[in-house]
Design a protein around this ligand. Structure first.
Ligand code: GDP
Length: 443
């Protein structure tokens, strides 16, 4: 996800980190690089300008330059401003009571609406909802059959009227059926066009008026960069969009769309989708803090745990999260998370969530079972005491562990260092979030 942006930013901060004390010039030079990196990632010009100004103002303050860890302070400011840019908190899907909750998906053709309908249906079914899919894309010849076959495959009912030429009526009858048969949610898959055109917008307005969806989600292809932002603005003017879903986050998107679209339109990103495969692993509730962490190579352990929780042992995952927030997450927890995650999904996606390993995730050669085995071997060579107190792992202990695991002292040191950084960061984040827990998880 956003690999080149992530690499560029991490390089800037590594350079800054090698300097020890920072002068105002150092910070300004770094910010120049940040600005270039964002522009190259196709982030909206105004958004970049604003972002850099905000970070610079805070970063050249005495509090930062005179602090003992100036470089970390700068990274922290960038992290926070990225979070602000992405929308601060997770905004969960709204539900209608009494139901059914009607969710309309809109967007250009090919952005991934039909795929998303199915993913969202799975996601909501997992939450205990009865979901009905309404096939209202009557123009793209294969759209209805695509949805029907997905529905069959997943065991989700699809409402369609192959001979109807009136999407608003199809949607209306789907909602009537949902009321009669007590479905909790109706997901309306609408037609897209290659470009925005008047008949399309009018049709969406008509569907909107007929079924009054509580959510009008705009599906945005993350690969299309700033163009996506213009499209989002237009859609938002016509059908008041309540949320955005960024798709194709697994591709080599530069990041421009995701980083600009919230700030330009004011509409929250609610989900991110990353993969053609339709399963629970490829749709995530969007958490600005987690994406910001991933971009800065800090990993995203919370998403990892959430995945584990969805798939496996919820109790264990909760315990882990609690420990993580208290800064008590140790190598034993890490090992057990790793074991779970290997069953969870695409190796690279998972690796990208681990602090310090996210840069590895883009190198298929490196992200192999072999690489994971290496990390595992290092942890296995630690004593239980060391796994519980990573700070014990110094000097001769590192040598012993390296020998035991067939790795180098440098590799051991690196793992320990990254792990400790992650611990500190998580503790800090845990404090910031206070008693909030995962209340904002939503979606
Ligand atoms: P629609 O025209 O908006 O309904 O788009 P579709 O759902 O048919 O998707 C268009 C293409 O994008 C299909 O080939 C999908 O498999 C693919 N696609 C959808 N979502 C994703 C995603 O998150 N990642 C990737 N890599 N491909 C996706």
């Amino acid at each position: 996800m956003f690999e080149s942006l992530s690499d560029r930013l991490q390089t800037v901060f590594q350079k800054l980190g090698s300097k020890g004390k920072l002068t105002e010039d150092d910070v300004r030079e770094a910010m120049k690089q940040v600005r270039l990196a964002l522009l190259e990632a196709d982030v909206n010009f105004k958004v970049v300008k604003d972002f850099v100004a905000k970070v610079t103002e805070q970063a050249i303050g005495e509090e930062v330059t005179k602090s003992l860890t100036p470089h970390q302070q700068v990274v922290k400011i960038v992290h926070q401003e990225l979070i602000n840019l992405l929308g601060t908190d997770n905004v969960p899907l709204q539900e209608s009571r009494p139901g059914p909750t009607v969710i309309m998906l809109v967007g250009l053709q090919g952005t991934g609406k039909t795929t998303l309908s199915a993913k969202l249906a799975l996601h909501l079914r997992k939450k205990g909802r009865r979901v009905l899919l309404a096939a209202c894309d009557i123009y793209r010849p294969a759209a209805i059959t695509q949805l029907e076959s997905l529905g069959k495959q997943l065991g989700i009912t699809v409402y369609s009227e192959p001979n109807s030429k009136h999407p608003p009526e199809i949607a209306t009858r789907a909602v009537e059926l949902a009321k009669k048969e007590l479905y909790n949610v109706v997901i309306v898959d609408t037609a897209g066009r290659l470009q925005i055109d008047e008949p399309l917008m009018k049709e969406l307005e008509d569907i909107d008026a007929c079924v009054q969806p509580i959510e009008r989600l705009l599906v945005v292809d993350a690969m299309t960069g700033q163009e996506a932002v213009r499209v989002a603005e237009t859609f938002n003017q016509r059908v008041k969009v309540t949320g955005l879903v960024m798709t194709k986050m697994d591709g080599d998107a530069r990041g421009g769309a995701a980083l600009s679209v919230r700030s330009v339109t004011g509409v929250p990103i609610k989900f991110i989708s990353s993969g053609e495969k339709i399963d629970l692993n490829t749709l995530e509730a969007f958490h600005p803090d987690r994406l910001a962490s991933r971009i800065l190579g800090m990993g995203d352990v919370l998403s990892l745990i959430e995945k584990a929780e969805e798939m496996y042992d919820a109790e264990q995952a909760k315990r882990m999260e609690k420990r993580l927030r208290k800064g008590k997450f140790d190598f034993e927890d890490f090992l057990s998370a790793m074991h779970q995650m290997r069953k969870l999904g695409p190796l690279q996606q998972i690796i990208g969530m681990i602090p310090g390993l996210s840069q590895l995730a883009r190198d298929e050669e490196l992200v192999s079972e072999k690489q994971l085995k290496l990390i595992e071997a290092i942890i296995f060579s630690m004593t239980i005491e060391e796994r519980r107190n990573p700070e014990l792992i110094k000097g001769s202990r590192r040598e012993r562990i390296a020998k035991g695991s067939g790795t180098s002292v440098q590799e051991v040191s690196q793992l320990v260092k990254q792990f400790q950084q992650m611990q500190r960061m998580m503790k800090q984040m845990g404090k910031q979030m206070g008693g909030k827990g995962r209340g904002g998880r939503g979606g």
